[in-house]
Design a protein around this ligand. Structure first.
Ligand SMILES: Nc1ncnc2c1ncn2[C@@H]1O[C@H](COP(=O)(O)OP(=O)(O)OP(=O)(O)O)[C@@H](O)[C@H]1O
Length: 308
């Protein structure tokens, strides 16, 4: 059998309910080797539940869940993954080096402690007790633990929360290194910039379903919004009432506008303020695309989902 053709992870028509609440509602998701999939969505969209299903931590009420073509509760499947969840409880008195050595011992062909520490940028912390580290340092250690088993699939649930920008960029570089080695990654994040920098594919979830899927560029293109910026005396409250304007706000001396009809808006702005200057028109970023997509999903929401 050609094992490379088997998806690394697969959810097919999966449903997960908590009482009357349907947290995951007929979800289809496929991850291939060497791919980084970013799961985005507002709080409560079902991202962590989807990951818990793939990790075998919760059982689906309906549908199929597979890791490397197997039940995620099989130990052989679990030995091929690395996990960094939102909250980690680790023995506080152990030193970082001891934690990495202990975690690596569960895997058949782990990286050395030195290699794991270097990849996660924690070499200088190896002799420090875990409990004495800062939040951002603990997050980096958790990343070292996730990668020390040389996983083929890495789950990163909000990995860079609490990290400063330098630590975040180092972690992004390490993730790219792992991807280049053939590792697959499922990433959830609220930092859209993170998905923009790393993701091959983005799935936007809302209310337990995928509402949009594609590359960052495809998602941007699907939402026709453009961003218009200028220096003007016009009042954002008045401008936001114009039909061409989706959103208006002032930042310093600049007016920021989102629009799906940039040409008409620019014409109207120039008519309304002859002194207007430094006019710029750009495609929307992932942040705007994401807000717009989830707003559309909310507008067509099924009121039965949260019938609890
Ligand atoms: N163990 C549980 N018991 C009851 N309800 C739960 C449980 N876990 C999750 N839920 C509910 O399921 C829904 C989806 O939650 P989930 O944590 O998967 O969302 P999320 O997209 O990961 O959100 P966030 O971005 O806030 O982490 C939410 O309404 C949540 O309250």
């Amino acid at each position: 059998m050609n094992t490379t053709a088997i998806p690394v992870a697969r959810l097919a028509s999966v449903v997960k309910r908590y009482g009357a609440l349907t947290a995951v509602d007929g979800l289809d998701l496929m991850l291939h080797r060497g791919e980084l999939l970013a799961l985005l969505g507002p709080n409560g969209a079902g991202k962590s539940t989807a990951i818990s299903l793939l990790l075998g931590l919760v059982r689906a009420d309906a549908g199929q869940v597979e890791l490397f073509g197997q039940d995620p509760q099989q130990i052989v499947a679990r030995r091929r993954i690395g996990v960094m969840l939102q909250s980690a409880t680790l023995p506080p008195t152990l030193r970082v080096g001891e934690l990495i050595r202990l975690t690596a011992s569960y895997y058949p062909a782990p990286r050395s402690v030195q290699e794991s520490a270097a990849l996660a940028g924690v070499t200088d912390l190896l002799r420090r007790p875990y409990a004495k580290l800062s939040g951002g340092q603990q997050r980096r250690v958790q990343f070292a633990l996730a990668l020390c088993g040389r996983p083929e699939l890495l789950f990163l649930d909000e990995p860079t929360v609490g990290m400063d920008i330098e630590a975040r960029q180092k972690l992004w570089a390490a993730i790219r290194h792992l991807i280049a080695e053939g590792c697959s990654v499922v990433l959830t994040t609220h930092y859209l910039e993170e998905a923009e920098v790393l993701a091959d594919r983005v799935c936007v979830m809302a209310r337990g379903k995928i509402i949009s899927e594609g590359t960052v560029d495809q998602l941007r293109a699907r939402v026709a919004l453009k961003r218009v910026r200028c220096i003007t005396r016009l009042d954002p409250a008045a401008v936001s009432a114009w039909p061409e304007v989706a959103e208006a706000r002032r930042e310093g001396e600049r007016l920021w506008l989102s629009t799906d009809s940039a040409e008409a808006l620019v014409r109207r702005l120039l008519d309304a303020d002859a002194q207007l200057s430094e006019l710029e028109v750009q495609r929307a970023g992932l942040a705007e695309a994401f807000t717009e997509l989830t707003r559309e999903a909310d507008a067509s929401a099924d009121p039965q989902r949260e019938a609890a």
